[in-house]
Design a protein around this ligand. Structure first.
Ligand SMILES: NC(=O)c1ccc[n+]([C@@H]2O[C@H](COP(=O)([O-])OP(=O)(O)OC[C@H]3O[C@@H](n4cnc5c(N)ncnc54)[C@H](OP(=O)(O)O)[C@@H]3O)[C@@H](O)[C@H]2O)c1
Length: 328
């Protein structure tokens, strides 16, 4: 597995997202911690060193699973987690409340360290920009955690250009995590050039388009009723049918070189720069094997050209409420 440097933090260029290990797309059953742990172990055996989780996933459950999986193998893993979408200011934690105040950062990190079974987090991200807390306060608190040795590098997620510059002026930001895939290319205009100007690494989330780019989803009827994607504009109505045509094209290009659509989507992403480390998410061994094998896939110039010119996705990448939470 090739590696990339996220502003000095060395990671395998394909990582593993642990969000669905806590459900998240669907709150209903179907969780299998043993399979999730086997998935993480298989990933590590295959050379993946970068595991991404967050306090809000579950909440807490994904971090707990990751913590169990890395016990005894901590030195092999770059552990990335996120704070800021659970408030700890009341008597009990409040999931879904945006809070990046210094006091909340300090409270959140203790819980994450405990659940992850470690004395340090390698990459600690603010999950969403908190419009009620100046980014300087948040990054100031993170810089103190770096000085204390509780975290090694700091990251931002879905931050806009102004926030990125303000944060980076207080303490170097190692990575930005934002959605980026064949069907979500917004970051190419302004964000990626800015990151390159500042020397900040980039971690694309949802690199498989929440699963659609794998070609395995042909109908939303297959999703449980409470599946989050049923409210996502790209998975609804006519948009969904139009977006399936994009997947068909990805599938056709991959078939020419014996690659699955998921591998093709990841291989394309890896050509977008040597400062990019996507984190495809899965909780299944067979899928982590498939996704990780994208490291060895070479697309021809003609195939890249066709992928670059795919029809843009129909529909916003998030619903209105989720878009409103995104800093621009
Ligand atoms: N910073 C943020 O705000 C943010 C937001 C979203 C996600 N993330 C991070 O990014 C990671 C990845 O994003 P994501 O999980 O939203 O989307 P994704 O990686 O684009 O797709 C994951 C979905 O595809 C399925 N899948 C994965 N590999 C597959 C394969 N080879 N064949 C068929 N299906 C496959 C997974 O199902 P199973 O899991 O059931 O296998 C899951 O439902 C997350 O785990 C999380 O760590 C961050």
């Amino acid at each position: 597995m090739k590696h990339v440097s996220l502003s000095g933090l060395d990671v395998s260029r394909i990582g593993l997202g642990a969000m669905t290990m806590a459900g998240t797309y669907t709150t209903g059953g179907g969780l299998d911690d043993s399979e999730s742990i086997r998935t993480i172990h298989r990933a590590l055996d295959l050379g993946v060193t970068h595991i991404d989780t967050a306090e809000i996933y579950g909440p807490f459950h994904s971090e707990e699973v990751v913590g169990k999986a890395i016990r005894g193998r901590r030195d092999q893993v770059v552990v990335a987690t996120k704070f800021g979408l659970v408030s700890h200011s009341g008597d009990s934690p409040a999931p879904g409340v945006t809070d990046s105040s210094a006091s909340n950062v300090k409270a959140a990190v203790e819980g994450s360290l405990q659940r992850l079974g470690t004395d340090h987090i390698d990459l600690y991200y603010q999950h969403r920009v908190d419009q009620n807390t100046p980014i300087e306060e948040t990054v100031g608190a993170l810089a103190e955690l770096v000085a204390e040795g509780k975290i090694r590098y700091i990251g931002l997620s879905e931050a806009g250009p102004t926030t990125i510059r303000r944060a980076h002026a207080i303490h170097p930001v190692a990575a930005l995590q934002t959605e980026y895939s064949l069907w979500t290319r917004d970051v190419e205009d302004e964000i990626l050039p800015l990151l390159r100007e500042l020397g900040i690494g980039f971690v694309p989330y949802s690199p498989l388009g929440h699963g659609l780019l794998t070609g395995q989803i042909r109908s939303v009827d297959d999703f449980p009723d409470d599946d989050w994607r049923k409210t996502n504009p790209r998975f609804t109505g006519e948009n969904f049918q139009r977006n399936l045509a994009i997947v068909d094209e990805v599938q056709a290009i991959g078939a020419e070189i014996g690659a699955t659509p998921a591998q093709t989507a990841l291989a394309w992403l890896l050509t977008r720069g040597d400062d990019i480390a996507p984190i495809p998410g899965t909780r299944r061994v067979a899928r982590v094997e498939e996704n990780t094998a994208a490291d060895g896939i070479e697309l021809t110039a003609a195939q890249l050209e066709r992928l670059n010119n795919l029809t843009p996705a129909a529909g916003e990448r998030h619903d209105e409420a989720n878009m409103a939470a995104i800093d621009r």
